[in-house]
Design a protein around this ligand. Structure first.
Ligand code: HPA
Length: 266
């Protein structure tokens, strides 16, 4: 951790990020045209290299609306073979660099017919169906508690702001529950039915580990899902990853408007 922090601090000088933004599938173009300092994951000790189609693989430090940001262009997924500790690491690094708020974005399958591809969901809570937890192992008591409370992982205050920003910009934003599975296979129709019965509204393969770690180390968390497809069995169609990426590209303008507005307000 110390080596990683020293390496990053050397690159960013006295820049102290306050907000972290994690860009999900197909949202990589958010930073296009913004000036900043880019550090490839491959050069950072402790960071695995992200190599999933549609993900860039670098940290981007920049200023937006007078706010100091660190943006993860591509995240680490469990299905790539990354350990939960690998996935937790960047979040801990962000905290140690000064980050207090984190915005997690992802692409997710909608579990209801009334969620159409291209819709946006504001995560109000999650269900961890990954069968593991990024906090397993020795606890760093300086960063967070052994048994952290999870009653408000997704900050009410930030959610209120996000809903206001959506309204101001004429963007439909519906609150819902995000369920995370390990992937990489998509769900069966029966699993989708189970997730719906459990109270989930969208399903994806990320975000929950990062949210658990961020909540543990006392960051305010905001989660946004781009509904990229109807989950398996919701309509009669097969799923493929290209469809997920395409939906990301199509909706990227809308998400960019919303993210800009949220960043300017928090
Ligand atoms: N299921 C799981 N993860 C996903 C989906 C899905 O339908 N769409 C995008 N990520």
């Amino acid at each position: 951790m110390e080596n990683t922090l020293n390496f990053i601090k050397e690159k960013i000088n006295d820049f102290v990020p306050d907000i972290a933004l994690v860009l999900g599938s197909g949202l990589g173009s958010f930073t296009d045209g913004i000036e900043g300092i880019e550090i490839p994951y491959s050069s950072i000790e402790g960071f695995p290299t992200s190599n999933v189609l549609g993900h860039k693989g670098s940290l981007f430090f920049c200023k937006m609306f007078e706010k100091n940001l660190v943006i993860m262009q591509g995240r680490f997924h469990y299905y790539e073979g990354n350990s939960m500790q690998n996935i937790a690491f960047p979040i801990k690094v962000f905290k140690k660099l000064g980050v207090n708020k984190i915005i997690l974005t992802n692409a997710a399958g909608g579990l209801h017919k009334n969620f159409a591809p291209g819709d946006l969901m504001l995560i109000k809570d999650h269900i961890n169906c990954m069968g593991t937890n990024p906090l397993i192992g020795k606890n760093d008591d300086f960063m967070g508690e052994r048994f952290p409370d999870m009653s408000e992982v997704y900050s009410k205050k930030l959610r209120k702001t996000a809903l206001e920003c959506a309204k101001e910009n004429g963007i439909q934003l519906i609150e819902g529950v995000y369920a995370a599975t390990t992937g990489p296979s998509y769900e069966t129709p029966s699993e989708v039915k189970m997730l719906r019965l459990m109270g989930a509204d969208a399903v994806g393969m990320s975000t929950v580990p990062e949210a658990i770690v961020a909540n543990w180390c006392k960051m305010e968390v905001l989660g946004l899902s781009l509904i990229s497809n109807y989950a398996s069995g919701v309509i009669d169609a097969k799923l493929n990853h290209n469809e997920v990426l395409e939906a990301g590209k199509v909706a990227s303008g809308k998400i960019a408007v919303l993210l800009n507005s949220i960043i300017s307000q928090i």
